[in-house]
Design a protein around this ligand. Structure first.
Ligand code: BEZ
Ligand code: MG
Length: 578
């Protein structure tokens, strides 16, 4: 009996490991920095094109190639296959055929690829050709690089043609590069497509929370960014609306200016309270959207519904019982920087190592982001009023924090903004509630909507990028800048320790082994960029000193020796010893 259970558990564990390997393998990894003015080689673009080809694009009359192959092989619902099983023989078979067809496309063009796909899997040429033809346009546009020319025009004060802002996978019309990015009409947000996608993502988020906690969260804190909502036409905004249980309504001019309540029967779950911290860029670009979000919360708060099914109502009534808050105060949920201000500064404090207790980081986040944007019961606009007690109150019931990732190109360790925002809000919640919230990140871009814990996302990014030879060798081709990028990734990883305690210690161990304790790699890095080697070493020692990582004594000693050695080399070269 026991041995039977053990073997079932072992099989489940092996399958889980296998799925994790597939997940890392399939991750789209940028293999180098973009060099201004230079186009990528066609072969290098194969991964990108495969990704572009895996979405239906009705606006281009193009179908998803994996979905076409699946259908031709007799799979009933490809979407369901993706949601249910991250890996399976059928899925591997489909992926293999798709990759091969893209390789054919790179070698011989659209018609040859469509014919090959027909011979291999029976997909009609007429069905796949529009997608391959779209890939041909994209491949050609990737070579049309106007960057240097446009820069020269900009310097002369000439006109530069505009193009939409997104990444290539989301919207191939961003090509060619070297154009001005135009924003979206804020009244068009969220689009119908964004709302549909948001439902799936937000449902996956709630499923994940319920699986882990056995009930729905009392309130969620969401991070909304401006550029991301341009790129996704408001997926983050739509997720907030769907969590509240409302949908956008368009007026006679087709502007999303109101919301309609979705009945509890249709929703089949409680309405979730959401606290939204929006970036300064979002505030500047999406003023009507902030009004829409505020309106949505107020509408939900006013519904005559049982508090057990309407968490906004329950939280407001709880908060007013214990305080002198009026309705307008208690319903405030949209916060940003003070007018004219941007950012949280949490990233600067972390990267400059200028904090003693972690609570200071949560406190700094609050100080920067506690400005309320709303419209009160009398219709008066509140535009960036300092409202720290209101934000404290709203966050005091938050049990999970969340941000929607919008891009294949930029992940949570590529830039310091993810940890300053999602890490910052999480630390603020922890500071207020004395309990660390569950922290989630979604990858709403892949055809299979995936919600991961922050810890899982840090592991995935580390394995797919920082510790992946394909990624760091790509970086090292860029010499000095490449080493700086590796060091940046480690610093941003450290940011997730500082703000959210989300980094497994093995990650620091493997980073040390890969970049500093391997003599050959160490000398390569030293040759290219000793400054970044020094920062990297100091960062790892700081991770140890702050208790994020407790390595073997020899490792600590080796890192100290590296710093000494660096100092000596610098002195030998006549530099300062700082
Ligand atoms: C934004 O698009 O809102 C944003 C961009 C970079 C950093 C932070 C926010
Ligand atoms: Mg982004």
């Amino acid at each position: 009996m026991t041995s039977n259970r053990n073997s079932i558990e072992r099989d489940a564990r092996v399958l889980q490991l296998y799925e994790q390997l597939i997940e890392i393998e399939q991750r789209l990894v940028p293999t180098g920095l973009h060099v201004f003015g230079r186009a990528a080689e066609l072969q290098e673009k194969a991964d990108l094109l495969r990704m572009v080809a895996s979405f239906d694009r009705p606006e281009h009359g193009a179908r998803s190639i994996p979905a076409l192959v699946a259908k031709s092989l007799g799979v009933q619902s490809y979407e369901q296959l993706l949601q249910e099983t991250p890996s399976s023989e059928v899925k591997e078979l489909i992926d293999g055929i798709v990759s091969e067809s893209i390789a054919r496309f790179c070698d011989a063009g659209a018609a040859a690829a469509a014919q090959w796909l027909k011979d291999k899997s029976g997909v009609n040429v007429e069905q796949s050709l529009p997608t391959f033809s779209l890939l041909a346009v994209i491949a050609e546009q990737l070579d049309l690089n106007h960057e240097v020319e446009s820069l020269m025009r900009a310097l002369r004060g000439d006109y530069i043609a505009p193009g939409p802002g997104a990444d290539i996978v989301q919207n191939p019309l961003v090509l060619p590069t070297g154009r001005n990015t135009h924003a979206v009409n804020p009244y068009s947000v969220p689009s119908h497509v964004a709302f549909e996608r948001a439902r799936q993502t937000a449902d996956a988020l709630l499923r994940r929370y319920v699986d882990e906690h056995g009930r729905y969260p009392r309130a969620l804190a969401l991070v909304l960014w401006g550029l991301d909502n341009i790129k996704t036409q408001g997926e983050g905004v739509a997720q907030a609306l769907w969590l509240l249980g409302v949908r956008p309504v368009r007026d006679a001019l087709n502007r999303a200016t109101d919301v309609e309540v979705i009945s509890l029967d249709e929703l089949k779950r409680p309405r979730i309270d959401v606290v939204m911290t929006v970036s300064g860029i979002f505030r500047d670009l999406f003023a009507p959207t902030m009004t829409l979000l505020d309106k949505a919360v107020r509408r939900v708060a006013e519904l005559e519904e049982p508090e057990g099914l309407n968490f906004v109502r329950r939280n407001i009534s709880e908060s007013r019982k214990g305080s002198a808050l009026n309705f307008d105060d208690a319903v405030t949920r949209v916060f940003s920087n003070a007018p004219g201000n941007y950012g949280t500064n949490v990233n600067f404090m972390v990267l400059d190592s200028q904090w003693e207790s972690a609570e200071t980081l949560g406190d700094l986040f609050m100080t920067r982001k506690c400005f309320a944007y709303s419209r009160d019961s009398k219709g008066r606009t509140v535009e960036g009023r300092e409202a720290r007690p209101l934000m404290d109150d709203a966050l005091s019931r938050v049990e999970a924090t969340y941000q929607n990732l919008d891009s294949f190109e930029v992940g949570i360790t590529d830039v310091d903004h993810y940890f300053e925002y999602l890490g910052g809000i999480s630390k603020a919640v922890e500071t207020i509630t004395k309990s660390r919230p569950a922290i989630y990140v979604s990858d709403s871009l892949s055809p299979q909507t995936k919600v991961r814990s922050l810890e899982e996302t840090v592991r995935l990014e580390t394995r797919a990028k920082t510790l992946n030879p394909k990624w760091y060798e790509g970086m090292l081709k860029h010499g000095f800048r490449g080493v700086a990028e590796i060091e940046n990734h480690v610093a941003n990883t450290f940011g997730w320790s500082a703000t959210a305690d989300a980094v497994d210690p093995w990650i620091y161990t493997e980073i040390s082994k890969t970049f500093l304790l391997d003599p050959v790699m160490f000398e390569r890095l030293m040759e290219l960029n000793p400054h970044s080697v020094s920062s990297l070493t100091k960062r790892l020692l700081e991770a140890h000193e702050r208790g994020y990582w407790n390595p073997a004594e020899e490792v600590v000693e080796s890192l100290h020796l590296i710093l000494e050695d660096l100092g000596e080399r610098k002195r030998a070269m006549g530099g300062s010893t700082s």
